[in-house]
Design a protein around this ligand. Structure first.
Ligand code: PLP
Length: 444
């Protein structure tokens, strides 16, 4: 049946599209094959994937048969049994591996089907933590404006304020509290680092006092932030946030859904900042997208008084997903992909910095293989670059065979961690060309 369709235009009656209607009308590309960092679509066009599957899970690249075999073997052995009252070996083995590679004392794990579910579980766990310590009223969660933590109820609560999704889903679960993000290029306070004295971090304390510390269960944030495009905070930011959470007995949930498993040049993003999280949420790179898998890890301190974590769903701790995740992490380790992310990330960043001479490029930034070019309509005022022009840039790059995407008014890059220098050079050439063309178009 699939042979009938070349673009999703024809199939849009069949698939509930998650794309603006006008883009569906133009025709949505159907990808049919992936190998390494390259994709082929139904019409036979080939692409260099600089976004690891757009949502950025594909750390080990496409077409890895080792992972397929691990999933196949587990399906033949035991494809499913209840996560309630029973355990399975792949889930135990994966928890054991994660306990060894996650930073600090994170050593208890639960496995979910996505990042959104991991965030949901972590937030429920935070509520359990306070409940079993006698604080039953605690229900608020602090996140940063512009953050994204998934599509489920609690995650939507923590979406921040930029995404139209939140407005669509309002009213969100009560208890959402937002603070300013550490987005230095366009600081919400109009300050400049280091003279700002990290106001975006220290101000959190004032928010807590205003909201009532006894009502706040957790602070959630990505170590390096997706919103606005690969925003890495100053090195003092997370230690200050950690200190404030300690002072008010608020759990710190570090959302590693994108950063985890080598994306930023360390196995986990939080390692750049030398702090201990109370919980980590993980997904994407945990399985490189071969199977749906998410996880929450927490310290003993979080679990010690919780009698029973009331979060039950059919596919928790799924043996096939855990077996595939295990094999994927083994590949990340045995092929030194975290080091590759650090080294080639620096190489790529140097190449992007060389594009800062363009009049629309405000700042090149990021860590490891998670990088961005923040675009601006005016370098002096740092005015945002028009969204329609960013869309032109992205579709031109696709025409030239390179897949990239935008976050806010930044171009974002997050290739598979197996990428080579030659492939980065190929992408840089196309990015440079697309920016130059867009600049010319703007002058006409
Ligand atoms: C930081 C972060 N948390 C949570 C999520 C939700 O993950 P998923 O899309 O797997 O539900 C995402 C998705 O991009 C994310 O970037």
């Amino acid at each position: 049946m699939s042979g009938k369709y070349d673009v999703m235009d024809d199939t849009s009656r069949l698939i509930l599209h998650r794309t603006p209607r006008q883009d569906v009308a133009k025709g949505i590309t159907i990808m049919v094959k992936g190998e390494g960092v390259r994709l082929t679509d139904k019409a036979g066009n080939s692409y260099l994937d600089m976004e690891a599957g757009i949502t950025r899970p594909v750390h080990i690249g496409y077409g890895r048969q080792e992972v397929a075999r691990a999933a196949y073997d587990q399906m033949c052995q035991l494809h499913y049994f209840s996560p309630f009252g029973y355990a399975n070996e792949p889930a135990i083995d994966l928890a054991d591996l994660l306990a060894r590679i996650t930073p600090g004392d994170i050593n208890r794990f639960t496995f979910e089907c996505s990042g959104s579910e991991a965030v949901e579980a972590a937030m429920k766990l935070a509520k359990h933590y306070h409940y079993f310590r006698g604080n039953k009223a605690c229900f608020k969660i602090i996140s940063r404006k512009g953050a994204y933590h998934g599509v489920n109820g609690y995650g939507v609560r923590a979406l921040g304020t930029v995404m139209p999704m939140r407005q669509m889903m309002e009213p969100v679960a009560p208890g959402a509290v937002y603070v300013e993000p550490p987005y230095c290029y366009r600081c919400a306070y109009g300050l400049a680092y280091p003279d700002c004295d990290l106001k975006c971090a220290t101000d959190i304390e004032r928010t807590i006092e205003f909201e009532g510390a006894e009502l706040i269960s957790a602070f959630i944030g990505e170590p390096i932030m997706q919103g606005f495009g690969a925003v890495s905070p100053p090195r003092e930011y997370w230690p200050i946030v950690r200190g404030i959470c300690n002072k008010y007995d608020i759990l710190l949930i570090i959302d590693e859904v994108i950063c985890g498993f080598g994306r930023t040049g360390k196995m986990f993003g939080v390692e750049h900042f030398g702090i201990q999280a109370d919980m980590l949420t993980m997904a994407k790179g945990i399985s490189s997208g071969y199977v749906p898998l998410g996880a929450v890890g927490c310290t003993d301190k979080v679990m010690e008084l919780i009698e029973n974590f009331l979060h039950l769903h059919t596919y928790g701790n799924h043996p096939v997903a855990c077996a595939a995740g295990l094999k994927n992490i083994e590949i990340i380790q045995s092929e030194n992909l975290v080091d590759n992310s650090e080294e080639l990330g620096q190489y790529f960043l140097d190449g992007l910095k060389a594009l800062e001479h363009h009049e629309i490029v405000g700042e090149a930034r990021g860590r490891g293989l998670w990088l961005a070019l923040d675009l601006t309509a005016d370098k002096k005022t740092r005015a945002p670059f028009p969204m329609n022009r960013i869309a032109n840039l992205i579709s031109r790059a696709k025409q030239l065979g390179v897949i990239i995407k935008s976050m806010g008014c930044a171009l974002e890059f997050a290739p598979p961690l197996i990428i080579t220098k030659e492939e980065i050079d190929e992408a840089l050439k196309v990015i440079d060309q697309c920016i130059a063309e867009e600049e010319r178009n703007m002058r006409i």
